[in-house]
Design a protein around this ligand. Structure first.
Ligand SMILES: Nc1ncnc2c1ncn2[C@@H]1O[C@H](COP(=O)(O)OP(=O)(O)OP(=O)(O)O)[C@@H](O)[C@H]1O
Ligand SMILES: [Mg+2]
Length: 335
């Protein structure tokens, strides 16, 4: 009985939503979004309602993009119309991170400034919106970008460097321009993941002059970006970051290797769906993982959990964890 009535409510809402997108104005769409929030709340889905409300609540009144469609077509490459970006749907964004307190605070500051952007604008101020995430591999740069998109409610739009880079300089430039123009038109979290790949792919062809020109063009576009979203770049190459690059970003965030406290938290979060041997010496185990990346720590915990499950055991033991630690350590290239 309940299923039938909730299903019919859904289809009514869906039809309204589609009709409003087709014929309605921005404010009609907003009203409908608010109805959907109330409807979800009425059906006892408080968490979904709060999450949805957060997203529409973050849209400032009088936003200069309020008349523009959030469904603007994605930019395509000039040569073969391949997509230059890929959107990641909100429900696929991961957002649980384990970070040292100071780094967590800086992430929160970006998110709070974005939420308060209308208030900042009344004082002639802008939120930090050009963000560089850097640090060793596997410490959460990609995850960090997903988290920023999740908490700001912006769609995460990953730049597809594979389609963007052309063997013709002019085409690469035109593609880059299209990506930035589209990001100005419809607010998003534009994500240049592993942006050093741009330099690497060019270096393979020994065309260093062109690398510099493309990098400079990218920096110029970054500087000129005045959209209502975020631009997030991520790279591993901290030693090669020069001051010109730092200047173009208004937040440069280093995501470090996890410390002892963070390793323990990562292990506990990754093992939270399992029971763990009582009085486990967490400190000792975390000590043995010193210098490992977040990705390795999570992998060790997950492998240990799988080991217990395959053995039909309900409890993960210290030896499960130490065994998978040894396995992951063996995979490290010897230096
Ligand atoms: N700080 C963190 N908090 C929670 N999980 C983490 C963290 N860092 C890494 N992980 C785990 O490791 C996985 C890989 O992280 P991610 O891809 O974000 O790292 P990265 O810094 O982008 O790595 P790369 O330099 O290889 O691109 C995540 O999916 C997550 O499971
Ligand atoms: Mg990454």
């Amino acid at each position: 009985m309940f299923r039938v009535s909730s299903l019919s409510m859904n289809s009514t809402m869906m039809k309204r939503l589609f009709r409003t997108i087709q014929t309605g104005s921005g404010s009609d769409l907003e009203k409908l979004c608010r109805r959907i929030v109330e409807d979800e709340r009425g059906r006892g889905h408080g968490k979904v309602a709060n999450d949805l409300e957060k997203i529409i609540g973050q849209k400032p009144k009088g936003d200069k993009n309020s008349g523009k469609s959030i469904l603007a077509p994605l930019p395509k490459s000039r040569r073969d119309s391949s997509p230059l970006v890929q959107d990641v749907p909100l429900d696929r964004l991961r957002h649980e991170m384990v970070l040292p307190e100071d780094v967590e605070k800086r992430f929160l500051r970006i998110e709070r400034e974005f939420a308060a952007r209308s208030r900042l604008a009344t004082h002639g101020l802008k939120p930090r919106h050009r963000i560089l995430l850097y640090g060793p591999p596997g410490c959460g740069k990609t995850l960090g970008a997903e988290r920023l998109a999740y908490h700001t409610g912006l769609p995460l739009r990953k730049v597809r460097f594979d389609n963007l880079l052309s063997s013709y300089f002019g085409e690469t430039m035109a593609n880059l321009r299209k990506v930035f123009d589209a990001a100005e038109e419809s607010p998003c979290a534009l994500f240049l993941d592993e942006c050093d790949s741009l330099a690497r792919s060019r270096n393979d062809r020994n065309d260093v002059g062109e690398v510099t020109r493309i990098t400079n063009a990218l920096l110029e576009m970054l500087e000129g970006y005045s959209g209502d979203g975020l631009v997030i770049a991520a790279t591993n190459l901290d030693s090669q970051l020069d001051s010109a690059l730092f200047r173009r970003f208004d937040e440069v965030l280093k995501i470090p290797l996890p410390g002892q406290k963070e390793i323990q938290r990562l292990l506990k979060v990754a093992l939270s769906s399992m029971k763990v041997e009582s009085r486990l010496a967490w400190g000792q185990i975390a000590g043995a993982m010193d210098g490992m990346s977040g990705s390795e720590v999570v992998q060790i915990a997950e492998n240990a959990a799988k080991h217990a499950v395959l053995d039909n055991r309900k409890v993960v033991t210290k030896s499960d964890i130490l065994e998978s630690l040894a396995e992951v350590s063996e995979r490290q290239p010897s230096s």
